[in-house]
Design a protein around this ligand. Structure first.
Ligand code: UD1
Length: 419
């Protein structure tokens, strides 16, 4: 297992470029199952999760070519001849479950290994399944696989108890090729959901209300393959903002999707930091005397839960007591014990973390427990005195495209040690 070695307290400077959004690219790749002709997707980040989704499509029979240099993925879905997403792939990435909607809509058949929990608690798929049943599918569980079958899906009125990103996307994809009208109430509003809808609309889908809590999809008989460029990754951009702040170094973040980062930037303005918004970039101007703040991770347009851990890591270096509340997941604070090993002082009370800012974190041997927990440790390590060794960086590789290369280019002292 590879690890990162980071010598903290190095000043950063210059420009750092944001890659395509993982959470958008994965769903757009899944959505190509709805097409019958080859298609090219651009700005696809080079990530483990993207490679896993590529393998899922290849298992289904599609031909997929990824070009790292141009960040493009060519997908020919016309050769799909299997409807089964196997355990070996789904267990490594929950988002593999997103092929269920497109498979059901196009072939009336999908067998997907049941995704397990993840390191930060249970993550069920009951909303997805209930919605597909409401659309006429029969769902059974056999030998660890969820088998969904439908001679014909029919549009329906779907209500989610919580605005689940994955369930909203899965239903939108299925409903695009389903007879009748599907209405999703309490739909997720995340920018990546909107990006997926933009792709589907370009291919001829009839969808209204994306980015609001009520999405209306009128099924069409066929979609046409259209090339598409994935939006940039707001979570990666936010991580770079925090890298700039924790090292008290101005950085220019090229390709940062500003409107998708509004609430996050607003919270950081309350800390005292300033941002210059340019047409294609965001310039971070750290305040030398930041203030402690409170924030709550919520579904979009709230503070993104995927930046909760990196933000908490940053706030552990800000004088005063900050408060982080997690409103999306039951238990997304697993990483806190690792931060405390680096000298942070964070106390947990249910879904709240009370963060007493420390003048100095100190480098230590730590372990990433999941993707964003890993990003939090990188932020802490960049600001800490001494050397930090982050183990289990395969979690970070799932969602950050060349993090070591990008941070080194702006002056961080970070290395990857291969095992
Ligand atoms: C997506 C993102 C993930 C992000 C999350 C919330 C991808 C690949 N991943 O995950 O990075 O943290 O959105 O913004 O896009 N839930 C249920 N039943 C369900 C579905 C969800 O109870 O059937 C619950 C989950 O346990 C969780 C909450 O709803 O507590 C939100 O989950 P959801 O929005 O579905 O997250 P994902 O789509 O899995």
């Amino acid at each position: 297992m590879d690890k990162f070695i980071i010598n903290g307290k190095q000043k950063l400077s210059g420009k750092i470029t944001v890659s395509g959004a993982k959470n958008s690219a994965l769903k757009i790749i899944a959505a190509t199952i709805l097409l019958k002709e080859p298609v090219t997707i651009s700005n696809v980040p080079d990530l483990m999760d993207v490679r896993t989704m590529q393998k899922v499509l290849e298992k289904l029979g599609a031909t997929v070519e990824y070009c790292k240099d141009s960040s493009t993925m060519k997908i020919d879905p016309s050769t799909i001849n299997s409807y089964r997403a196997p355990y070996e792939l789904v267990k490594t990435m929950r988002a593999s479950f997103q092929v269920m909607g497109p498979l059901l809509a196009r072939f009336g058949n999908a067998e997907i290994s049941l995704p397990g929990g993840c390191n930060f608690g249970p993550r069920p798929v009951d909303f997805h399944l209930k919605a597909f049943e409401q659309m006429g599918a029969t769902i059974t569980t056999e030998h660890g696989y969820i088998c969904a079958k439908a001679e014909k899906l029919i549009g329906n009125h779907i209500y989610f108890d919580f605005p689940s990103v994955g369930a909203t996307e899965n239903v939108i994809m299925a409903a695009s090729l389903t007879e009748g009208v599907t209405i999703i109430e309490n739909a997720a509003k995340e920018p990546e959901v909107v990006d997926l809808v933009n792709f589907l609309k370009l291919c001829g889908a009839k969808i209204q209300g994306e980015g609001t809590g009520r999405v209306r999809i009128e099924g069409v008989k066929e979609l046409q393959a259209r090339d598409f460029t994935v939006l940039s990754d707001r979570i990666e951009a936010g991580t770079f903002v925090l890298a700039s702040l924790v090292t008290n170094s101005p950085l220019e973040i090229v390709g940062a999707p500003i409107s998708a980062l509004e609430v996050f930037l607003e919270k950081l303005r309350l800390c005292g930091h300033e941002f210059e918004v340019h047409q294609h970039s965001l310039v971070v101007k750290p305040s030398p005397n930041p203030k402690a703040i409170k924030f709550t991770a919520l579904p979009h347009p709230g503070f993104p839960t995927d930046l909760q851990a990196p933000m908490t890591a940053y706030l552990s270096t800000v004088e005063g007591t900050s408060l982080a509340t997690e409103g999306v997941y039951e238990n997304r604070f697993v990483y806190i014990s690792e931060l405390n090993r680096m000298g942070a002082s964070i106390e947990l009370d249910g879904n709240k973390a009370y963060i007493s800012g420390q003048e100095q974190l100190s480098g230590a041997q730590v372990m990433a427990s999941d993707l964003r927990a890993g990003a939090a440790l990188v932020i802490a390590a960049l600001g800490a005195e001494g050397t930090t060794e982050i183990n289990r960086v395969y979690h970070i590789d799932r969602g950050y495209d060349d993090l070591v290369g990008k941070l080194s280019d702006v002056g961080a002292n970070i290395q990857r040690v291969k095992r």
